[in-house]
Design a binder for this molecule. Structure first.
Ligand code: NAD
Length: 289
């Protein structure tokens, strides 16, 4: 299938490479010449404009930094240039309201569109093991599913337009809060004289268990190998966790949902990032406790 791919950064680069591996004819556009050169190395055709990249495409995938850029690129540069009926897939993490607005504009232009944000970081993007949470019509989901399956291990239909973004920010609000709770518990366990590997053995098999503990333990040398074992380099940047928490707080405000833990997690990650730690893995917040 001829697929246009817009935004080949840390995540999009590996995702586009996996579409090539699956046999698709991938046409790339990015503002960054370096990103485009890497895409060419992975077998993508590269283009100087969005319009060129989407010419003749049956599907257009976007993996861009934020909602304002997604809206600009999709409404001003893709709509009207992509062939009639081309499927639009936005894998970026953006706010629910913009996802719905762009989905509506796409539908008005005769395109099925899904929001399909991902769980899993750069390693999962490269390995093709992302989880996609998809918002859109049944028809849009059915058409997007095989394309997304080439880049991930799970593709789940969350509901109508915007539901993928809603699922993503709710999931990451849990992640931010449980990471901080896990960090606090290990610090308290240490002060109470517990051996941390022993506490991990206990809590990972007890009711304190969570993904933050057993897949992403913030303590070096405890549990599986994680960014903590690499001085908190790589992994999921604290700045991106803060971005997702801000999106969750905005969405909660829109629907007047009480989110006291999410709100506190946002405050703590905002302080952590403001202190110059935004590039560290988000589990490094344990250093502040
Ligand atoms: P990135 O900054 O590495 O990549 C974004 C790319 O978009 C860059 O190459 C940039 O040049 C390009 N770009 C920006 N504006 C453009 C435009 N107008 N036209 C074309 N290209 C443009 O970011 P990333 O880490 O790849 O993240 C992409 C999205 O995935 C974000 O929405 C992020 O929140 C989400 N996400 C990231 C991770 C992660 O671990 N990095 C995990 C899950 C979700």
């Amino acid at each position: 299938m001829k697929i246009a791919f817009i935004g080949l950064g840390n995540m999009g680069g590996g995702m586009a490479a996996n579409l090539v591996k699956a046999g698709h004819d991938v046409h790339a556009f990015d503002l960054s010449a370096e990103a485009l050169a890497r895409a060419a190395d992975h077998g993508c055709a590269t283009h100087a404009t969005v319009g060129e990249a989407v010419d003749g495409a049956e599907a257009v995938v976007a993996m861009l930094p934020n909602g304002a850029i997604v809206e600009q690129v999709l409404t001003a540069e893709v709509l009207g240039k992509a062939p009639a009926g081309a499927l639009l897939i936005d894998c970026s993490t953006i706010d629910v309201a913009t996802a719905r607005k762009v989905g509506g504009a796409a539908a008005a232009g005769g395109h099925a569109m899904v929001d399909a944000p991902v769980s899993g970081g750069i390693a999962a993007a490269n390995a093709g093991t992302l989880t996609f949470m998809v918002g859109g019509s049944d028809e849009g989901f059915a058409r997007a599913q095989p394309i997304l399956a080439a880049m991930g291990k799970a593709v789940i239909h969350a509901g109508a337009s915007g539901a993928g973004q809603a699922a993503k920010i709710c999931n990451n609000m849990i992640l931010g809060a449980t990471m901080i709770a896990t960090c606090e518990a290990f610090r308290l366990a240490e002060r109470l004289g517990l051996d941390l590997a022993t506490f991990y053995d206990i809590s990972s098999k007890a009711s304190g268990q969570s993904w933050s503990m057993t897949s992403y333990c913030p303590v070096p040398g405890v549990g599986p190998t994680t960014p903590a074992d690499n001085d908190y380099q790589g992994g999921f940047a604290a700045a991106l966790m803060l971005k997702d928490l801000k999106l969750a707080m905005a969405a909660a405000g829109d629907v007047a949902a009480p989110v006291p833990m999410g709100h506190r997690a946002e405050e703590l990650y905002a302080a952590f990032a403001a202190a110059g730690n935004g590039g560290m893995d988000f589990s490094a917040i344990i250093k502040t406790l």
